[in-house]
Design a protein around this ligand. Structure first.
Ligand code: MLC
Ligand code: AMP
Length: 504
């Protein structure tokens, strides 16, 4: 049966003995074995009631098994919904309920804690990984599977992204979105069977799942598949790799390590950075230390990758390069949508086969973010310079990007405003040497006294760790403009040096 994404990414792996995933213990999973895992998981999905179009939610440790469930979902025509492992049970509940999941896969040690939630929501709960019930079910299944027919417009994945209103939205990604982007990146970045990608990103976001993994599958490359960014493992494996994709924190952490030198990266041909702004100084320091110019690219959950610096030609620090082939990009007046002349700053708007289908069951929110001619408003502000490179100069959306994870202040403020003692709050991102930006909460006391220990303890249950403020500032009142709007820019300016002295 035809299933374009499966046929391009996973079908070619069948029967190949070559290593596909090299694991930190030196073991590897061959392409053929991975293809077999996908098939048996696809049967197990069917046994769990996951038929075409149904949602399978996975909140589990990064592992070959988890990656194979992605392949299995594509094979079965199901919708894959990976979740950050940092999300709390409360956050998880929202996603499972909102998407109407059929199956929830979690690490084996979380089954007992999540059983009541699964029962309440009527979702089937299974465990994934060593000793997991889902693996046990897959074990008895055949290692070949007839893929379910799918078209390019069919939904393949739902990735939730928070919003400025505080409520997360599920970005619906189709087969075409993922495939067109992977094809463009393989070409542009010259991926091929000789490549070994050092993969230290999580696989629950676009960067680690679609950009990194799909490019490897499509090009016949292999990857060193590390559970997370651990500096010891990364420095140990770099000499065997040809490419690495990372968020800027990967590069600043490596620059802080005395082992980083030209010898360590002697086998590398390409370093890619994205998901957050790479400081020019990091780009320059990296090229002085290693002789490599980091290739910075720009993307979004809703759009996959949008622009890239060139493979050949100048990779210009502080820019995100040119639109990918097939991607239309314009700079428009945020109010009117009128296209602005080259060099002027405005909203970055995009259109192309990479752009998502809309937000899950939110037609109004979807409509509000598209122009009538089909261009999607990214919420990023930028300009196109005189050499055609896109420069991101700011964000129209109130968003903090910390270590490559997005934090929408509104979501944190809603929780803080509910706390006893808090009259109101403003959550801002301040420059941080490790995470780029760090989440900081500015609080106003309502006269009853603010108990920070209680606030921290409540937040632990309600918000993922990376969303929790790294620091609290208590003020008698928030700065406001004449319209009564909180002046976050003034707060950011006033406290810009908060983390300057932070020792890593
Ligand atoms: C971990 N912590 C973070 C954090 N990551 N806090 C803020 N921001 C983060 N990103 C918390 C930990 O829970 C811990 O809390 C403390 O900070 C220090 O943790 P650590 O051990 O130093 O963190 P580590 O596990 O090493 O993780 C840092 C990281 C990781 C940068 C390696 O966050 C990471 O892999 N980020 C990549 C995110 C990503 O893939 N983004 C792509 C999105 S897709 P404590 O206090 O309990 O010790 C996208 C589209 C596109 O944006 O264009 O790609
Ligand atoms: P996400 O919603 O997690 O996919 O994050 C997407 C956002 O990350 C974009 O809208 C940008 O604001 C930001 N982003 C991604 N890549 C870059 C980059 N190279 N430079 C600056 N910002 C980036």
């Amino acid at each position: 049966m035809t299933n374009p994404l499966f046929d391009a990414l996973f079908a070619p792996l069948a029967g190949q003995d070559r290593p596909l995933l090299i694991l930190p213990d030196g073991e590897s999973v061959s392409a053929g074995a991975f293809h077999g895992m996908i098939a048996s998981y696809a049967h197990a999905l069917g046994a769990a009631g996951v038929t075409a179009g149904k949602r399978v939610v996975v909140q589990a440790a990064k592992s070959p098994q988890m990656l194979a469930v992605y392949g299995a979902a594509v094979a079965a025509g199901a919708v894959f919904l990976p979740l950050n492992t940092a999300y709390t049970a409360e956050e998880l509940e929202y996603f499972v309920e909102d998407c109407g999941a059929t199956l929830l896969l979690v690490d084996p040690d979380r089954i007992a804690a999540l059983a009541p939630l699964a029962q309440k929501l009527g979702v089937r709960l299974e465990s994934l990984g060593e000793g997991g019930s889902f693996d046990a079910s897959a074990k008895d299944m055949p290692d070949s599977f007839e893929t379910v027919a799918r078209g390019e417009d069919d939904l393949t994945a739902l990735l939730y992204t928070s919003g400025t209103t505080g409520r997360s939205k599920g970005a619906m990604l189709t087969q075409r979105n993922l495939l067109s982007n992977a094809q463009a990146l393989v070409d542009l970045w010259r991926f091929g069977p000789d490549d070994v990608l050092l993969h230290a990103l999580p696989i629950f976001h676009t960067h680690g799942l679609f950009v990194a993994s799909n490019v490897v599958f499509l090009s016949g490359a292999r990857m060193i598949f590390l559970p997370r960014f651990d500096i010891e493992q990364v420095t140990a494996f770099l000499p065997q790799a040809t490419t690495m994709m990372g968020v800027p924190t990967f590069y600043t952490r490596l620059l802080d390590d005395p082992r980083l030198d030209r010898g360590l990266v002697g086998h590398m041909r390409l370093f890619v950075s994205g998901s957050a702004p790479l400081l020019s100084e990091t780009h320059v320091a990296w090229s002085e230390r290693t002789g490599h110019a980091i290739l910075e690219r720009y993307g979004m959950t809703e759009t996959n990758m949008l622009t890239s610096n060139p493979y050949e030609g100048a990779r210009r620090p502080g820019t995100v390069g040119m639109p990918l082939p097939g991607v239309e990009l314009r700079i428009a007046d945020p109010e009117t949508g009128a296209e602005l002349p080259q060099g002027e700053t405005g909203m970055i708007e995009v259109r192309g086969p990479n752009v998502f289908k809309g937000y899950w069951q939110m037609p109004e929110k979807t409509a509000a973010e598209f122009r009538a001619d089909g261009f999607f408003m990214t919420g990023d502000l930028g300009l196109i310079d005189d050499q055609g490179y896109v420069n991101i100069v700011g964000r129209a959306k109130d968003l903090i990007i910390s270590g490559g994870y997005n934090v929408y202040p509104k979501e944190v403020e809603l929780v803080l405003d509910d706390m006893p003692g808090v009259l109101e709050s403003a959550v801002i991102g301040l420059p941080h040497p490790d995470f780029g930006e760090a989440v900081v909460a500015v609080l106003v006391d309502n006269g009853k006294g603010i108990d920070l220990a209680q606030i921290e303890s409540t937040l632990r249950d309600r918000l993922a760790r990376y969303k929790q403020p790294k620091r609290y500032i208590i003020l008698p009142e928030l700065p406001r403009n004449t319209m009564g709007k909180v002046q976050k820019a003034a707060l950011r300016q006033q406290y810009a040096d908060q983390f300057k002295e932070e020792v890593q």
